[in-house]
Design a protein around this ligand. Structure first.
Ligand code: C2E
Ligand code: MG
Ligand code: MG
Length: 250
């Protein structure tokens, strides 16, 4: 908690960008991921500091900082290229539930002159399910603004089909745990294939997360997954390297 507070005060929270590709390896965009350094310079993983930030109520400030860095990156892409990238940001439901969340998003987009269609907000499935009407209304309002909504870590929660059908979202992110074991048995593969089908029936795009091998890419191609994010095609990287990727793809 102390390290997070200090990083917020000193404005040293940073971010990495991990590329997302369509199935034929064309750049779709990036996911912005928060990064934090310990006092001795070693990296602390978000798996460690995000839960602390959630508990201590600091996660909103981390989200906002990463959101600003991500929107600023998009404005640079707009100025330097004609690329139409999607920038994905993670938002904690605590943050989403705040009264001024929509206003915060609107102000940030205005500040950097970035149209809403460049932005995708990721919300974790398990948290979406428990969320109230208020969260749902906020999500609908974001969608009405033109922001895309992704359901993160899909498959790890308990979404019912009727629930999914009523949720205003654009894309399902299949959790890495399903991709990890996908090629071990035929039924594991069919399971991922089923998620892709459900997504498509509901008119959603589907992205697989944590894809690490060419074999997994082949399987995902075969079952019709739309997008891929994972070490196989790109690790999280500093913004300068991400910009080079955009320029190369342009
Ligand atoms: P997530 O949103 O599901 O992000 C994907 C995580 O999977 C990232 O970990 C990414 O580095 C990792 N990953 C992607 N591809 C691969 C792969 O092929 N192999 C392996 N082993 N890992 C892969 P990271 O950056 O450590 O982030 C962990 C979690 O922390 C995120 O999971 C997200 O829930 C949370 N998080 C990160 N940044 C933020 C933020 O700004 N705000 C909030 N609220 N949460 C954040
Ligand atoms: Mg995410
Ligand atoms: Mg995820």
């Amino acid at each position: 908690e102390r390290i997070i507070r200090r990083a917020l005060e000193n404005n040293t929270i940073t971010f990495n960008l991990q590329p997302q590709y369509d199935i034929s390896h064309r750049l779709r965009g990036f996911e912005a991921l928060a990064r934090l350094k310990d006092e001795d310079g070693t990296m602390i993983s978000p798996g460690e500091f995000i839960p602390v930030a959630e508990k201590t109520g600091l996660v909103d400030q981390i989200d906002s900082r990463v959101f600003e860095l991500a929107v600023e990156f998009v404005s640079r892409v707009m100025n330097e290229t004609l690329s139409n990238i999607t920038m994905c940001v993670n938002v904690s439901v605590r943050h989403l539930m705040k009264n001024n969340f929509i206003e915060e998003v609107r102000n940030m987009l205005e500040k950097y002159g970035v149209p809403a269609h460049f932005i995708e907000i990721e919300i974790t499935e398990s948290i979406m399910i428990d969320s109230t009407d208020k969260a749902r209304n906020t999500i609908s309002e974001l969608k009405a603004m033109g922001i895309k909504i992704a359901i993160d870590d899909f498959g790890t929660g308990y979404s019912s089909l009727s629930y999914l059908n009523n949720l205003p979202s654009d894309i399902l992110k299949i959790d890495k745990s399903f991709i990890d074991v996908m090629n071990n048995t035929e039924s594991n593969k069919q399971y991922v294939s089923m998620i892709v089908s459900i997504g498509h029936i509901l008119n959603l795009k589907v992205i697989s997360e944590g894809v690490e091998s060419d074999d997994q890419v082949d399987t995902l191609k075969e079952i019709g997954c739309d997008y891929i994010q994972g070490f196989v095609w790109g690790r999280p990287m500093p913004a300068e390297n991400a910009m080079l990727l955009v320029l190369k793809d342009n």
